[in-house]
Design a protein around this ligand. Sequence first.
Ligand code: AMP
Ligand code: MG
Length: 326
Amino acid sequence: MLCLGIEGTAHTFGVGIVSSKGEVVANASKTYVPERGGIHPREAARFHAANARTVLDEALREADVSLDEIDLVAFSQGPGLGPALRTAATAARALAVWLDIPILGVNHCIAHVEIGRLTEGARDPVTLYVSGGNTQVIAFDAGRYRVFGETLDIPVGNCLDVFAREVGIPHPGGPNVERLARDGKHYIPLPYVVKGMDLSFSGLMTEAVRKHRAGADLRDLCFSLQETAFAALVEVTERAVAHTEKKEVMLTGGVAANKRLKEMLRLMASEHKSKFFAPPMKLSVDNGAMISWAGILAYKHGVRHRLEETVVKQRWRTDEVDVVWR
Ligand code: AMP
Ligand code: MG
């Protein structure tokens, strides 16, 4: 069985094709880059609509299959930006109706975890999922993926991106902050906010920008911003590991590209005698393959959606999904 998965929660439009045996046979995507400022949801949706056909064709070519060999269509039903989600859902519905095959909406955050379990061989990890749109510590317990900690305001990727933009670091923010941080020498104290198991990054971002305007060295600031934000992420993940006693830690999402964060999390995992996993970046950023695989898991375990049930869910929480496949 082949599942075609469509990702479109934010700036990336992705089409992946995965077999029911778990072979990723295609994973194509295009990413919308705003001319200036952050993502405008309607612009992202327009981008998805304009590029859907090209990305679909690329995925089919990569997999060397034709549309009539596809048995199931899955799509990212949420959480995400409304207009972007609706565009991906519309593409998925059109395909399912045209091909007369089943359609399944999947949770984007859960898909990130499941693709890591598939390709990295993690069985039951505590996952730190960090991206431009999400920041969550996720672990499976009693039939659901539970959120052990999450940001109370902006995601950590957004914190890095907005900081970069405000201080004139060119796009892409995250990678450029990382590059500058390598030459940082002095730690500049910044607000470290962990509330219970939750995180907050907006005060940190504002204060880092303020310190830049007050003349602080940019490399030191990038270094300090990373150290502060990542230490908070690792603290919360560590407590989730200690509480759940799970022996695996996984890092995923766009910010997982950051070598310093990876190093810190890997160290924490080893101190807890836990194995550390990080999927390759093409499966760690938003992608269609993870949506396909999450679709296959649900479908194989009897989940079915009628067309009327494919309405997008902008605020669909990770812990609202009954994980019948585990
Ligand atoms: P995603 O939302 O998963 O597509 O990932 C995009 C986010 O990852 C953006 O906020 C980027 O700034 C961030 N990102 C990408 N590479 C890095 C990096 N090397 N260090 C920190 N953040 C990064
Ligand atoms: Mg994502």
